[in-house]
Ligand binder design. Sequence first.
Ligand code: AMP
Ligand code: MG
Length: 287
Amino acid sequence: MAKSAARRGKLWTTPAVQALRAAKDVDVAELDAAGTPGFRGDKVAGAALLAEREPRLSALQEKLYANGRSGDHRAVLLVLQGMDTAGKGGIVRHVIGAVDPQGVDHASFGVPTEEEKQHHYLWRIRNALPRAGRIGVFDRSHYEDVLVVRVHNLVPPDVWEPRYDEINAFEKEVVDAGTAIVKVALVISKDEQHDRLRERLERPDKYWKYNPGDVDERGFWPDYQQAYQAMLDRTNTAHAPWFLLPADRKWFARLAVTELLIHTLESMDLDWPPPNFDVETELRRLG
Ligand code: AMP
Ligand code: MG
């Protein structure tokens, strides 16, 4: 334990929660997508550390779940945004794989269905918020309504423009109700996206991930960068901060998200819930 703590201390020169926190004046186009901010280990060291940290995440998640079962209303929501192939799915698989799936409320958001279109854009989001004691994972989110929607003018500017403030207010409400929000923007380089899309076209086991529309979206790269920049400028709040995660290296993205979740759960000061029965009496009854 002491040894691994020392190793960890050496590998993270700055805690992930600080190193990845989006700065107020951040320029998303300037970010090095292949970087590993705050971390000075390589892939092998990162993978080893991840294996070591997963049990910690799992133990904390069990405590959150136990508290949820005992009437605590708190929860955690991990919001994942990123361009196609940025690795959102891999993070979901990884996070859910590291903890008890019972304790995870997962939701992914695609093009709104006919039913969803009949409602306010936050309707489907509210319906998918994590239940008490759960870690919610959003693969895409309400931010699509200021990203793809903005890039393609799916609604006019006077409709999407007020959404930034509306989203901030919505998230405040969620946080005040006891759900900690961790927002992660996965940033890949255009070159890395090219390679990942190409791989999807070269490997039969990856065809299912390929969508011809991804190449169309790729053509809007600068517009997406602008939309991501606006999202960061306008919704990077103290109550629901953005973390900017370089995602060209999958091992780093997974390690970093694990650390962010561990940090969030540790900040909740979770304890095992007290018994709602008399232990002595029950021991006597059991014999
Ligand atoms: P995927 O995550 O690969 O399953 O793709 C989902 C697609 O749904 C992406 O192209 C998103 O941009 C799109 N999408 C998600 N939310 C919205 C939205 N509110 N309006 C329009 N398109 C959306
Ligand atoms: Mg896709």
